[in-house]
Ligand binder design. Structure first.
Ligand code: ZN
Length: 308
């Protein structure tokens, strides 16, 4: 069993409109945009990163806004709900705020006993805010949400699966243990400081999703550094997984593999981080391009929609 994985690193989804996406995560949810770059494999599309002040692993929601792509058909074989941690007693504030901003699908509830507020993103994707006691992570208050209410980062993601057996086995191999179970949902947790929870929803009668706007493209797990990433890669390959070579994503190194339930997993390093090419005070402001696409700057600056 592995012991290098520290919880979630980031969640990456697809959107239909960059400006709407940017406005939702910065103005409404109050996250900080910590990087404005492009999809390294398709540089005519933005890659937008939102998180806490510095984009600490475990706080980072990222998007590829493909202009005008069709909405995904949500189903199994993908991430269902992405859940952010908020301070205790902050949900009434959030319910009023989301209502006032016209957010769709607002629904109060509970998750394993904790108060939870579900809502939809601009492309119909499922989010929730969960009140978590003693989450010591600082929230970002630079976008008008006070420290008493600000999102701390991820609490968890849920994976929607036709059959969760093989994925649960993989997660146990990755260091997770079952913590609880309620109906069709199993809660797994890995030792770590935050963003340590994965919920597995078993939905045998639900068809596989079809990716599009609002779909989560992949979920990334955090390791400290490149050395531990290589150890995880080797262990996964020894177990029979087809894992990509290490890919330089400028702000972290990444490896990817498809899991038995259909969800694409990434293992990403906590180094070097988003301050690599911008000072902390200016994170997310300039258009940052990886070395291989630097020559495209004049074209991309013309072509990419202005988002703020
Ligand atoms: Zn990723």
């Amino acid at each position: 069993m592995l012991n290098q994985i520290k919880g979630l690193h980031h969640v990456t989804s697809m959107a239909a409109n960059a400006r709407v996406n940017n406005q939702f995560f910065t103005d409404i949810l109050g996250l900080r945009r910590v990087k404005k770059t492009v999809n390294f494999d398709s540089p005519d599309v933005y890659h937008l990163y939102y998180g806490d002040e510095v984009g600490t692993p475990g706080s980072v929601m990222t998007y590829f806004p493909f202009p005008h792509i069709a909405r995904g058909r949500f189903g199994t074989g993908e991430v269902g709900t992405t859940v952010f941690s908020v301070p205790k007693s902050s949900l009434p504030f959030w319910a009023a705020r989301l209502q006032e901003k016209g957010v769709q699908g607002i629904e109060p509830g509970t998750s394993f006993g904790a108060p939870r507020l579900s809502f939809k993103g601009p492309d119909g994707e499922s989010f929730a805010l969960l009140e978590v006691e003693n989450d010591a992570r600082p929230g970002w208050s630079g976008n008008g949400i006070s420290e008493d209410h600000a999102i701390r980062g991820f609490h968890s993601v849920s994976l929607r699966l036709k059959d969760s057996g093989a994925t649960a086995e993989l997660l146990r191999f990755m260091g997770y243990e079952q913590q609880d179970k309620a109906g069709a949902v199993s809660r797994l947790i890995v030792p770590g400081d935050a963003a340590t929870v994965i919920d597995l929803e078993t939905l045998p009668g639900v068809d596989h999703g079809r990716q599009g706007a609002g779909s989560v493209h992949h979920v990334a797990f955090a390791v400290d550094n490149r050395e531990t990433q290589l150890a995880v890669r080797k262990a996964l390959m020894d177990t029979g997984y087809h894992v990509t070579p290490v890919i330089d994503r400028d702000y972290f190194w990444a490896i990817y593999f498809r899991t038995p339930g259909g969800v694409l997993f990434e293992i990403a390093t906590n180094e070097p981080g988003f301050e690599r090419d911008e000072p902390r005070a200016e994170l997310g402001q300039g258009l940052k391009l990886p070395q291989q696409h630097k020559h495209l700057r004049p074209i991309l600056e013309q072509h990419l929609e202005k988002i703020d």
